[in-house]
Design a protein around this ligand. Structure first.
Ligand code: ZN
Ligand code: ZN
Length: 287
Protein backbone atom coordinates (compact mmCIF):
# COMPACT_ATOMS: atom_id res chain seq x y z
CA UNK A 1 0.00 0.00 0.00
CA UNK A 2 1.20 3.52 -0.79
CA UNK A 3 0.62 6.08 1.95
CA UNK A 4 2.34 9.43 1.89
CA UNK A 5 2.38 13.12 2.57
CA UNK A 6 3.19 16.48 1.03
CA UNK A 7 6.69 17.54 2.12
CA UNK A 8 8.84 20.62 1.59
CA UNK A 9 11.82 20.92 -0.77
CA UNK A 10 13.29 23.67 1.46
CA UNK A 11 17.08 23.60 1.40
CA UNK A 12 17.43 20.93 -1.26
CA UNK A 13 15.13 18.87 -3.46
CA UNK A 14 16.10 15.55 -1.90
CA UNK A 15 15.16 16.83 1.57
CA UNK A 16 11.51 16.31 0.64
CA UNK A 17 12.18 12.60 0.05
CA UNK A 18 14.26 12.22 3.20
CA UNK A 19 11.58 13.91 5.26
CA UNK A 20 8.79 11.78 3.76
CA UNK A 21 10.68 8.57 4.47
CA UNK A 22 11.65 9.66 7.95
CA UNK A 23 7.96 10.29 8.71
CA UNK A 24 7.18 6.74 7.57
CA UNK A 25 5.77 7.48 4.10
CA UNK A 26 6.41 5.42 0.95
CA UNK A 27 5.07 8.03 -1.49
CA UNK A 28 5.07 11.84 -1.39
CA UNK A 29 4.08 15.08 -3.03
CA UNK A 30 6.03 18.31 -3.48
CA UNK A 31 5.78 21.78 -4.94
CA UNK A 32 8.66 22.08 -7.40
CA UNK A 33 8.86 25.82 -6.59
CA UNK A 34 7.24 28.24 -4.20
CA UNK A 35 3.48 27.67 -4.60
CA UNK A 36 2.54 31.31 -4.10
CA UNK A 37 4.86 33.15 -6.47
CA UNK A 38 5.25 33.05 -10.24
CA UNK A 39 8.12 30.83 -11.27
CA UNK A 40 9.42 30.04 -14.74
CA UNK A 41 12.79 28.57 -13.78
CA UNK A 42 14.07 25.06 -14.26
CA UNK A 43 15.51 22.57 -11.80
CA UNK A 44 19.17 22.10 -10.94
CA UNK A 45 20.07 18.82 -12.74
CA UNK A 46 22.38 17.64 -9.96
CA UNK A 47 19.68 18.17 -7.35
CA UNK A 48 17.25 16.20 -9.55
CA UNK A 49 19.70 13.28 -9.77
CA UNK A 50 20.13 13.33 -5.99
CA UNK A 51 16.37 13.22 -5.57
CA UNK A 52 16.06 10.22 -7.91
CA UNK A 53 18.81 8.35 -6.03
CA UNK A 54 17.23 9.10 -2.68
CA UNK A 55 13.80 7.92 -3.87
CA UNK A 56 15.23 4.67 -5.23
CA UNK A 57 17.14 3.97 -2.05
CA UNK A 58 14.13 4.66 0.16
CA UNK A 59 11.50 3.09 -2.16
CA UNK A 60 9.39 6.24 -2.48
CA UNK A 61 6.86 5.67 -5.27
CA UNK A 62 5.14 7.45 -6.91
CA UNK A 63 6.37 11.05 -6.79
CA UNK A 64 3.59 13.60 -7.21
CA UNK A 65 4.20 17.27 -8.01
CA UNK A 66 1.42 19.77 -7.26
CA UNK A 67 1.20 22.89 -9.40
CA UNK A 68 1.49 26.48 -8.24
CA UNK A 69 -1.63 28.13 -6.76
CA UNK A 70 -1.37 31.28 -8.89
CA UNK A 71 -1.78 29.42 -12.17
CA UNK A 72 -5.21 29.79 -13.74
CA UNK A 73 -5.21 28.28 -17.21
CA UNK A 74 -8.94 29.01 -17.50
CA UNK A 75 -8.52 32.75 -16.88
CA UNK A 76 -10.63 35.06 -19.00
CA UNK A 77 -7.96 37.75 -18.53
CA UNK A 78 -5.45 37.39 -21.35
CA UNK A 79 -2.43 38.58 -19.28
CA UNK A 80 -3.09 36.08 -16.49
CA UNK A 81 -3.76 33.36 -19.02
CA UNK A 82 -0.47 33.94 -20.85
CA UNK A 83 1.47 34.02 -17.60
CA UNK A 84 -0.29 30.84 -16.49
CA UNK A 85 0.60 29.04 -19.71
CA UNK A 86 4.29 29.94 -19.32
CA UNK A 87 4.25 28.97 -15.63
CA UNK A 88 2.52 25.67 -16.32
CA UNK A 89 4.96 24.88 -19.11
CA UNK A 90 7.71 25.39 -16.52
CA UNK A 91 5.78 23.13 -14.10
CA UNK A 92 5.76 20.36 -16.71
CA UNK A 93 9.48 20.88 -17.35
CA UNK A 94 10.34 20.64 -13.66
CA UNK A 95 8.06 17.64 -13.10
CA UNK A 96 9.86 15.83 -15.95
CA UNK A 97 13.26 16.93 -14.64
CA UNK A 98 12.66 15.60 -11.13
CA UNK A 99 11.29 12.33 -12.52
CA UNK A 100 7.76 12.82 -11.20
CA UNK A 101 5.08 10.31 -12.08
CA UNK A 102 2.20 12.76 -11.75
CA UNK A 103 1.63 16.49 -12.00
CA UNK A 104 -1.54 17.46 -10.13
CA UNK A 105 -3.27 20.61 -11.29
CA UNK A 106 -6.27 22.63 -10.18
CA UNK A 107 -8.50 23.21 -13.21
CA UNK A 108 -8.81 26.90 -12.31
CA UNK A 109 -11.49 29.55 -12.05
CA UNK A 110 -14.17 30.41 -14.56
CA UNK A 111 -14.63 33.94 -13.20
CA UNK A 112 -16.11 36.18 -15.83
CA UNK A 113 -17.10 33.37 -18.21
CA UNK A 114 -19.64 30.59 -18.46
CA UNK A 115 -18.33 27.22 -17.22
CA UNK A 116 -18.28 25.72 -20.73
CA UNK A 117 -16.27 28.68 -22.02
CA UNK A 118 -13.85 28.36 -19.08
CA UNK A 119 -13.34 24.68 -19.82
CA UNK A 120 -12.59 25.48 -23.46
CA UNK A 121 -10.11 28.17 -22.35
CA UNK A 122 -8.45 25.76 -19.91
CA UNK A 123 -8.09 23.05 -22.51
CA UNK A 124 -6.57 25.32 -25.15
CA UNK A 125 -4.21 26.82 -22.54
CA UNK A 126 -3.13 23.36 -21.41
CA UNK A 127 -2.58 22.28 -24.99
CA UNK A 128 -0.45 25.39 -25.55
CA UNK A 129 1.58 24.78 -22.36
CA UNK A 130 2.22 21.17 -23.33
CA UNK A 131 2.92 21.84 -27.01
CA UNK A 132 5.92 19.88 -28.26
CA UNK A 133 6.69 18.35 -24.87
CA UNK A 134 7.63 14.66 -24.67
CA UNK A 135 5.78 13.36 -21.65
CA UNK A 136 8.01 10.39 -20.91
CA UNK A 137 5.78 8.71 -18.34
CA UNK A 138 4.51 11.90 -16.70
CA UNK A 139 0.72 12.04 -16.35
CA UNK A 140 -1.20 15.24 -15.65
CA UNK A 141 -3.90 14.76 -13.03
CA UNK A 142 -6.92 17.07 -12.88
CA UNK A 143 -7.90 17.55 -9.25
CA UNK A 144 -11.51 17.90 -8.16
CA UNK A 145 -12.28 21.10 -6.28
CA UNK A 146 -14.40 21.90 -3.23
CA UNK A 147 -16.59 24.07 -5.43
CA UNK A 148 -15.89 27.46 -3.86
CA UNK A 149 -16.47 30.58 -5.93
CA UNK A 150 -16.12 30.02 -9.65
CA UNK A 151 -13.74 27.06 -9.50
CA UNK A 152 -14.19 24.47 -12.21
CA UNK A 153 -13.81 20.74 -11.61
CA UNK A 154 -16.35 20.52 -8.78
CA UNK A 155 -18.18 17.57 -10.31
CA UNK A 156 -16.89 14.37 -11.87
CA UNK A 157 -18.78 15.34 -15.04
CA UNK A 158 -16.82 18.60 -15.33
CA UNK A 159 -13.53 16.76 -14.84
CA UNK A 160 -14.48 14.24 -17.50
CA UNK A 161 -15.44 17.04 -19.89
CA UNK A 162 -12.02 18.67 -19.43
CA UNK A 163 -10.29 15.32 -19.91
CA UNK A 164 -12.18 14.49 -23.10
CA UNK A 165 -11.57 17.85 -24.72
CA UNK A 166 -7.92 17.65 -23.72
CA UNK A 167 -7.39 14.24 -25.24
CA UNK A 168 -8.96 15.54 -28.48
CA UNK A 169 -6.82 18.67 -28.65
CA UNK A 170 -3.46 17.66 -27.26
CA UNK A 171 -1.16 14.67 -27.07
CA UNK A 172 -1.29 14.55 -23.27
CA UNK A 173 -1.59 11.68 -20.82
CA UNK A 174 -4.22 12.85 -18.37
CA UNK A 175 -6.03 11.38 -15.40
CA UNK A 176 -7.52 12.56 -12.14
CA UNK A 177 -6.64 13.19 -8.52
CA UNK A 178 -9.55 13.09 -6.11
CA UNK A 179 -9.32 14.95 -2.81
CA UNK A 180 -11.51 13.44 -0.06
CA UNK A 181 -12.11 16.82 1.61
CA UNK A 182 -13.02 18.44 -1.73
CA UNK A 183 -15.34 15.51 -2.49
CA UNK A 184 -17.23 16.04 0.76
CA UNK A 185 -17.39 19.82 0.41
CA UNK A 186 -18.64 19.60 -3.16
CA UNK A 187 -21.45 17.24 -2.15
CA UNK A 188 -20.05 13.70 -2.54
CA UNK A 189 -20.73 12.06 0.81
CA UNK A 190 -17.53 10.05 1.31
CA UNK A 191 -18.08 10.07 5.09
CA UNK A 192 -20.76 7.38 5.22
CA UNK A 193 -20.60 3.80 3.99
CA UNK A 194 -23.48 4.23 1.59
CA UNK A 195 -22.23 7.61 0.38
CA UNK A 196 -18.77 6.21 -0.29
CA UNK A 197 -20.24 3.40 -2.38
CA UNK A 198 -22.27 5.91 -4.39
CA UNK A 199 -19.23 8.16 -4.86
CA UNK A 200 -17.00 5.29 -5.98
CA UNK A 201 -19.69 4.09 -8.39
CA UNK A 202 -20.01 7.62 -9.84
CA UNK A 203 -16.21 8.02 -10.11
CA UNK A 204 -15.95 4.63 -11.73
CA UNK A 205 -18.68 5.36 -14.25
CA UNK A 206 -17.73 8.94 -15.11
CA UNK A 207 -13.94 8.97 -14.72
CA UNK A 208 -12.80 5.35 -14.63
CA UNK A 209 -11.05 4.21 -11.43
CA UNK A 210 -7.88 3.27 -13.28
CA UNK A 211 -7.53 6.93 -14.27
CA UNK A 212 -7.44 8.00 -10.59
CA UNK A 213 -4.00 6.95 -9.32
CA UNK A 214 -3.77 9.52 -6.52
CA UNK A 215 -6.15 10.33 -3.66
CA UNK A 216 -5.51 13.43 -1.58
CA UNK A 217 -6.45 12.06 1.80
CA UNK A 218 -7.64 14.97 3.93
CA UNK A 219 -10.35 15.27 6.54
CA UNK A 220 -12.67 18.26 6.14
CA UNK A 221 -13.35 21.09 8.59
CA UNK A 222 -16.38 21.99 6.49
CA UNK A 223 -19.50 19.81 6.18
CA UNK A 224 -21.02 17.97 3.23
CA UNK A 225 -21.94 20.29 0.37
CA UNK A 226 -20.52 23.41 2.06
CA UNK A 227 -18.24 24.18 -0.93
CA UNK A 228 -15.63 25.30 1.61
CA UNK A 229 -12.06 24.03 1.11
CA UNK A 230 -10.62 23.57 4.60
CA UNK A 231 -8.46 20.57 5.38
CA UNK A 232 -8.56 18.97 8.83
CA UNK A 233 -6.48 16.36 10.68
CA UNK A 234 -7.45 12.77 9.94
CA UNK A 235 -10.33 11.70 12.17
CA UNK A 236 -11.12 15.19 13.49
CA UNK A 237 -13.31 16.45 10.68
CA UNK A 238 -16.57 15.62 8.96
CA UNK A 239 -15.17 12.47 7.33
CA UNK A 240 -13.91 11.01 10.60
CA UNK A 241 -12.05 7.85 11.53
CA UNK A 242 -14.72 5.44 10.33
CA UNK A 243 -14.92 7.30 7.04
CA UNK A 244 -11.19 6.98 6.44
CA UNK A 245 -11.15 3.34 7.54
CA UNK A 246 -13.72 2.60 4.82
CA UNK A 247 -11.85 4.67 2.22
CA UNK A 248 -8.43 3.17 2.95
CA UNK A 249 -9.70 -0.39 3.11
CA UNK A 250 -12.04 -0.19 0.12
CA UNK A 251 -11.13 -2.99 -2.31
CA UNK A 252 -11.79 -0.74 -5.32
CA UNK A 253 -9.29 1.83 -4.05
CA UNK A 254 -6.54 -0.70 -3.49
CA UNK A 255 -3.31 0.35 -5.18
CA UNK A 256 -4.04 4.08 -5.08
CA UNK A 257 -1.45 6.46 -3.64
CA UNK A 258 -3.04 8.07 -0.57
CA UNK A 259 -1.35 11.41 0.07
CA UNK A 260 -1.97 13.74 3.02
CA UNK A 261 -2.25 17.51 2.69
CA UNK A 262 -3.35 18.04 6.28
CA UNK A 263 -2.45 21.13 8.32
CA UNK A 264 0.53 21.28 10.64
CA UNK A 265 -0.87 23.25 13.56
CA UNK A 266 1.72 22.00 16.00
CA UNK A 267 4.97 20.06 15.63
CA UNK A 268 4.37 16.37 14.98
CA UNK A 269 0.98 16.78 13.28
CA UNK A 270 2.43 15.42 10.03
CA UNK A 271 3.67 12.25 11.73
CA UNK A 272 0.44 11.86 13.70
CA UNK A 273 -1.72 12.11 10.57
CA UNK A 274 0.48 9.63 8.71
CA UNK A 275 0.33 7.18 11.60
CA UNK A 276 -3.45 7.60 11.76
CA UNK A 277 -3.76 6.68 8.06
CA UNK A 278 -1.52 3.65 8.49
CA UNK A 279 -3.51 2.45 11.50
CA UNK A 280 -6.83 2.91 9.72
CA UNK A 281 -5.55 1.17 6.60
CA UNK A 282 -4.81 -2.03 8.48
CA UNK A 283 -7.54 -4.58 8.42
CA UNK A 284 -7.63 -7.11 11.24
CA UNK A 285 -7.19 -9.82 8.68
CA UNK A 286 -3.94 -8.32 7.46
CA UNK A 287 -2.25 -8.45 10.87
ZN1 ZN B 1 -5.68 18.28 -2.71
ZN1 ZN C 1 -8.02 21.67 -0.60
Amino acid sequence: MRIGIHTSIAGELKNAALRASELGANTFQIFSCSPRSWNFAGVNPDAAIELRRTREKLDLQPLVVHDNYLINLAAADETIRRKSIAAFRAEIGRALAVGADYLVMHPGSSKGQAVQQAIATLVSSLAAAAGGVRFDGLTILLENTAGAGATIGRTFEELREIHDQLVQQADIEAGYCLDTAHCLASGYDVATGEGLERTIAAASQTLGLSRIPVIHTNDSKAPLGSQVDRHEHIGRGYIGKDGFRRILQHPKLRGKAFILETPIDKPGDDRRNLNALKRLAKTDRMV
